[in-house]
Design a protein around this ligand. Sequence first.
Ligand code: GTP
Ligand code: MG
Length: 364
Amino acid sequence: MGFKCGIVGLPNAGKSTIFNALTAAKAEVASYPFSTIQPHQGIAPVPDLRLKEIARLIQPKKTIPATLEIWDIAGLVKGASQGEGLGNQFLSHIRNVDALLHVVRCFEDENVSHPGETIDPRRDIDMVNTELLLADLEIVSRRITKIEKLARVGEKGYREELEILKEIEAGLNNGIPVRGMPTLAGLTKGLKDPQLLTSKPVLYVANISENKSKEEETYRAKVIQVAAEEKSPVVAICGKLEAELEDLGEEEKKEFLKEYGLPQSGLEMLVAEGYHLLNLIVFYTVVSKELRAWTVVQGTKAPEAAGKIHSDMEKGFIKAEVINYKNFIVAGSLPAAREKGMVALEGRDYEVCDGDIITFKFNF
Ligand SMILES: Nc1nc2c(ncn2[C@@H]2O[C@H](COP(=O)(O)OP(=O)(O)OP(=O)(O)O)[C@@H](O)[C@H]2O)c(=O)[nH]1
Ligand SMILES: [Mg+2]
């Protein structure tokens, strides 16, 4: 599994539309708010041009892309944390995701209602972020009440946790998300329970329409501005168009993108940004005619990468035969690369690089 992400946003922002485009799983899309009631979980293949290129050269029997897990939940509205709308009860489904996709409506469409009547990206973003803050605050306060007594009777672990929680509580009360509390970096990992939503990195998605009206351009610019202020990445995609793209074949898709002057689809951009945000890289394996892409965090050592495939491979790791994608393309095949001495033998300390094609040698 590459990474897990949860989609948040106001009702009718286009969350399910984007979810469908990403996963090709058909969640209900409708012009009325709260069309999503049950949370949907989907698996999206990671769009990967290198994987296609390697497949073209080696003609494997099977090609398996890396995947990411996505959760589409109900729209959040003001007061969700106090039980308004449907949002809050579903937040539990995204507590253990790695990142949040915050979909912001930038498309105008009089047939699609907006919970705030008008489109105002800064206000809309604030509304959602406030609900996430309040949801975290509730969890933190509950945990504080629970461990206060234990801390008083002297357990050191609890005392430390209590201190951190108090600091978080104060920050949240001042409207600061946990990811914006630099002194806490790393410390929250040591907390027992809370998978705090505002500690997760956020990727803003400006959901634009294909019309590109002047107003819509200002909306998009606003999202970019807000994202920049909090140093979060942002992509602008046209959810509706992307969903239609998914129904086309490979060639048609390419033609279509060319017509719009786009180098890649919005989804490709979105996934690439997600990888960047989470420091993820991709490596490839070719085993018995099966080509497969895997996701690991940058800095992963070879044995740990082997462990992604099978825990026995990590335990019995001997060495890794490695060639990077760029060299592989020059060589044209693994045997040719070996012959030319382009395949390196690496040991336990080797740090996997993005685009490595690796053959693991191991003892069972
Ligand atoms: N014109 C236009 N309409 C869009 C776009 N993206 C989504 N919509 C429409 O907006 C409406 C709401 O989209 P959904 O994807 O259901 O929104 P949602 O955020 O999942 O909404 P809830 O589940 O109710 O919170 C649907 O009618 C979509 O067809 C877009 O880029 N342009
Ligand atoms: Mg929905």
